[in-house]
Design a protein around this ligand. Structure first.
Ligand code: B12
Ligand code: SF4
Length: 472
């Protein structure tokens, strides 16, 4: 009988609706581990909690290893699951973005921790496991991507949308972002032939290209993007017609040739991390790449090439001006951005923002690991500078509501995007994004009640301590 390995992607116990779409995409990290595992000795089972919850009464016979992949907001749930297996003497290895930045914490909850990318170390982990000598820590680092396996797994087909990654890393170093800490500051690209092969393995017609910056940087990045898109265009000509979306820095809007090839290759949506319309904020968060050219022109040019833009914004920055909320809505409407992401500034562990906020005593939730669940860009996890946490939450909610709340408004935006891009698929993508990103009433009520309770507690504590009530 083959030895069982269980791979788990946990889902937060109380996500309040954030990341609802997670269950629509296959868990890439786990599929990679599966593909790296030799089948002569091992049987691999994948449990993706965004689809069905882990059952602690499951058959645990013959399990030799449990691998759990976790992001920060999944940490409490991951640690709970790990404890179920460890109580039964089954070793657990933790990996993914959170253990990569918080290895000491993760080592308290797992027998072993993988820091960085798994490809260079998985074979060693399995050998050590066979000898019953798992190490406490494995350093995968940021290897060249020709060792990333080409994925083909029946489970991939059962998800609503496809997913693929063509590159890792990002040369920029924005103060709030954990990508560079996890995947390094130099761009690494997968060989184009591997990307093409894996792209062909995807059965879904709609695919997310899960790169953090699809166009990379500089001339090299531009040339590679064009070469990759030409290869994907050839795939389209073979009748495999997929539509895809990805993330890029906004300077893509200056690159007509790249945009032409991206469209031809099937790209219909790009997310631009615009973050703020205020240059002071951009400087403060160290996102110099956002000063290249003009937002409005770059967005409009991208959309003219038939690719809709998701403008991703962050509220709660120290340099946000009083009318940032109305101004952002005005900007989105005036420029005709297809759709948007509206986040609350979130100090993810390992980032400069986290270090700064911690040093300034401005983290609102510090009971770790339980409180990691709140670090999902929807809770107000930092003490805002110029307004209360409740005000920030309410104002963000108002913005989101103005932009997605009314069906008539969404219809008008659909028509406008159709007019600008001349592509029904593109306009549909933008519409779908707006529609599925709507906040739920339950989520709103949960947050408002929580924030009001916290304010009340803080006031009572201050009164008891004889202090003047302070804004939290
Ligand atoms: C696609 C994506 C999504 C999709 C998820 C689709 C899906 N089902 O996977 C969507 C849009 C739904 C999403 C949502 C969110 N996301 Co997201 N997302 C990504 C993105 C761009 C790619 C993920 C991916 O597939 N990577 C490719 C795989 C191969 O990489 P990997 O998982 O890191 O795995 C490697 C290693 O970590 C390691 N490894 C991983 N697992 C394991 C396990 C073991 C046992 C071992 C040994 C090794 C190991 O080996 C792997 C191969 O090298 C990443 C950025 C990034 N570059 O990873 C952000 C990222 C993961 N997301 C992030 C965040 C913050 C979120 C949200 C909270 C944002 C929000 N408010 O919407 C939500 C949370 C959703 C939830 N489930 O709770 C952060 C997490 C940071 C952190 N410290 O945890 C990231 C890193 C981006 C960032 N800004 O920093 N996301
Ligand atoms: S450009 Fe994007 S991926 Fe790169 S560091 Fe900044 S926010 Fe992160």
């Amino acid at each position: 009988m083959k030895k069982r390995i269980i791979l788990i992607q946990p889902y937060p116990e109380n996500s309040t609706g954030v990341g609802r779409s997670t269950g629509s995409f296959p868990p890439l990290g786990l599929l990679i581990i599966d593909a790296l595992t030799p089948r002569d000795t091992w049987d691999v089972e994948i449990i993706d909690e965004s689809r069905s919850r882990f059952d602690s009464d499951m058959d645990m016979s013959n399990i030799f290893l449990v691998g759990i992949s976790l992001w920060t907001n999944q940490a409490p749930r991951a640690y709970n699951i790990a404890s179920v297996f460890r109580r039964k003497g089954i070793p657990v290895i933790l990996g993914g973005p959170h253990p990569s930045v918080m290895p000491e914490e993760a080592m308290r909850y797992g027998d072993s921790v993988c820091v960085g990318e798994v490809e260079p170390v998985w074979a060693t982990i399995l050998e050590d496991l066979k000898r019953d000598s798992l190490k406490r820590i494995y350093e995968g680092g940021s290897p060249p991507l020709d060792i990333v396996p080409v994925i083909k797994h029946p489970i991939m087909d059962s998800y609503r949308w496809g997913i693929i990654q063509t590159a890792r890393g990002c040369p920029y170093n924005c103060s709030f972002c954990s990508v560079t800490i996890i995947n390094g500051r130099s761009m690494r690209y997968r060989p184009i032939k591997d990307v093409v092969e894996e792209f062909k393995n995807i059965k879904q017609r709609i695919v997310m290209v899960a790169d953090d910056n699809f166009i990379g940087s500089g001339r090299g990045g531009k040339e590679r993007t064009i070469e990759l898109c030409k290869a994907l265009y050839e795939v389209r000509k073979q009748g495999i017609r997929k539509y895809w979306g990805t993330q890029c820095t906004q300077n893509l809007g200056q690159e007509d040739e790249v945009l032409e090839w991206m469209y031809k290759a099937g790209c219909r949506l790009v997310l631009f991390g615009l973050e703020s319309i205020n240059r002071k904020v951009i400087k403060d968060i160290n996102k110099g790449i956002n000063t290249l050219g003009d937002y409005a022109k770059n967005i409009q040019n991208t959309q003219r090439h038939g690719i809709t833009v998701v403008g991703s914004f962050i509220f709660g920055n120290d340099n946000d001006e009083e009318n940032v909320f109305e101004d952002t809505v005005g900007f989105i409407n005036e420029v005709g951005i297809g759709t948007q992401n509206i986040n609350i500034s979130c100090p993810l562990p390992g980032t400069k923002l986290f270090t700064d906020m911690k040093a300034a005593g401005r983290l609102r939730y510090t009971n770790f690991p339980e409180d990691w669940e709140k670090y999902n860009m929807r809770y107000v996890t930092l003490k805002p500078k110029n307004l209360t946490a409740l005000e920030l939450y309410e104002k963000r909610r108002e913005v989101a509501y103005k932009l997605t709340g009314s069906n008539l408004f969404l219809l008008k935006r659909f028509i406008r995007t159709l007019w600008i891009t001349r592509s029904p698929i593109t306009a549909f993508f933008a519409y779908l994004w707006s529609y599925t990103s709507r906040d739920s009433k339950a989520e709103y009520e949960y947050h408002i009640n929580l924030l009001k309770r916290e304010m009340e507690t803080s006031r009572t504590e201050d009164i008891n301590a004889g202090k003047v009530a302070i804004a939290i």
